[in-house]
Design a protein around this ligand. Structure first.
Ligand SMILES: C[S@@+](CC[C@H](N)C(=O)[O-])C[C@H]1O[C@@H](n2cnc3c(N)ncnc32)[C@H](O)[C@@H]1O
Length: 348
């Protein structure tokens, strides 16, 4: 194929000389089809003129010209798009074709604003191994693609920072998620109020927030002996004491930053001695229903107007999603779901 093919294109659709075989796949379950007025779905049409998007544009023209069904024109073109990546890698898919009901989302191909690959691991078996080799390998692979994409158009120093932190600490955040945490913390640190994170583990996202916070104080809450017991809302995915990390190791890692306050212990008990203050940015990464609920109950009334609470794993972990949805069901704010696993709420 031409120079337009990158590594992620091979993941999405290993190129084949046999276009007839590909055309025979038209209508196969899980295949992608052209949408609307264009042979290329709106969600994947090139959007701006970065070099990355220019490459994608070339790729899409190539696909359009070579893969349209014979005789097909315009809006009803039978252009066949790549099968979902998990069809290729896992060889199976359960569900009725509606992605939200797929049990194995596995490595899933998404196209968004000219960035072509985003993979998700949403399988309870894999999640039970959370923090283990499978999930870390999966997220590491995702992060590698995402870092490549970010490096096309984001500040090189921020991309380098995310890459370095990934090398230095274990983390289950994708590169897009890490970027979002950094970017939001930086913006929010201009508002009055302090910053906080509940769920620190080895300090990967805490380090990003440290880089973004300027002279604001950052409060870090964790048991530092891993997850507390889960509830039935968490579907048995996690193990008690999973993600244990010695507090001293995190203190050493963040030693170069001022105004970092560690609050060791189970949240919300760890807030008992905390003086009253307001917050402009809170990052929740606690994995569990009860912990998420407790954190929202504590922080929501203390948020500065315009302050942001961002939660990791909103679209990945049932307990987290339930806690957020229940909490905001009768509040004026609504959780804004991100293309990543995160959701964000801005206090009115
Ligand atoms: C997935 S890890 C956090 C990952 C981290 N943000 C990173 O960037 O790698 C989840 C953390 O939440 C902490 N945690 C969960 N519930 C908690 C609670 N109720 N109180 C204190 N810590 C809690 C666990 O100890 C664990 O370190």
């Amino acid at each position: 194929m031409g120079a337009g093919w990158g590594a992620s294109d091979w993941l999405a659709y290993p190129p084949s000389k046999d276009f007839a075989t590909q055309q025979a796949n038209v209508g196969r379950k899980g295949s992608w089809r052209a949408e609307g007025m264009s042979a290329v779905p709106a969600s994947v049409q090139p959007r701006c003129s970065t070099s990355n998007d220019a490459r994608i544009s070339r790729l899409m023209s190539l696909l359009s010209s070579k893969r349209a069904a014979p005789g097909a024109t315009g809006p009803t073109s039978n252009l066949e798009f790549p099968p979902a990546a998990h069809d290729i890698f896992l060889g199976k898919r359960r569900g009725d074709g509606n992605n939200t009901t797929c049990n194995i989302r596995g490595l899933r191909l998404c196209q968004s604003g000219g960035l072509e690959v985003f993979c998700m691991l949403k399988n309870r078996f894999i999640q039970r191994w959370g923090g283990g080799a499978i999930e870390r390998w999966g997220i590491g692979a995702i992060a590698a693609f995402q870092l490549w994409q970010l490096s096309e158009h984001k500040d090189a120093d921020v991309v380098r920072l995310i890459r370095r932190i990934r090398r230095e600490r274990k983390s289950l955040q994708s590169a897009f998620e890490a970027f979002y945490v950094y970017s939001l913390a930086k913006t929010q640190s201009r508002l009055p109020g302090e910053l906080a994170e509940v769920g620190v583990f080895e300090g990967a996202t805490a380090r990003l927030i440290c880089e973004a916070k300027g002279d604001r104080a950052l409060h870090l809450f964790d048991t530092f002996c891993g997850l507390p017991p889960d509830s039935d809302k968490d579907l048995g995915i996690h193990r008690i004491h999973q993600y244990a990390c010695d507090r001293r190791s995190v203190e050493t890692y963040l030693a170069g930053y001022d105004r970092i306050c560690f609050h060791e212990g189970r949240f919300p008990e760890s807030t008992l001695d905390l003086p009253e203050q307001t917050y402009s940015f809170v990052h929740l990464d606690v994995d569990l229903y009860e912990s998420t609920k407790a954190a929202l109950e504590y922080f929501y009334p203390r948020m500065t107007p315009g302050g942001a609470i961002v939660s990791h794993d909103y679209s990945m972990l049932a307990g987290v999603q339930q806690a957020v949805d229940e909490f905001f069901a009768h509040k004026p704010e609504r959780p804004i779901e991100q293309p990543t696993t995160q959701c964000v709420i801005f206090k009115q």
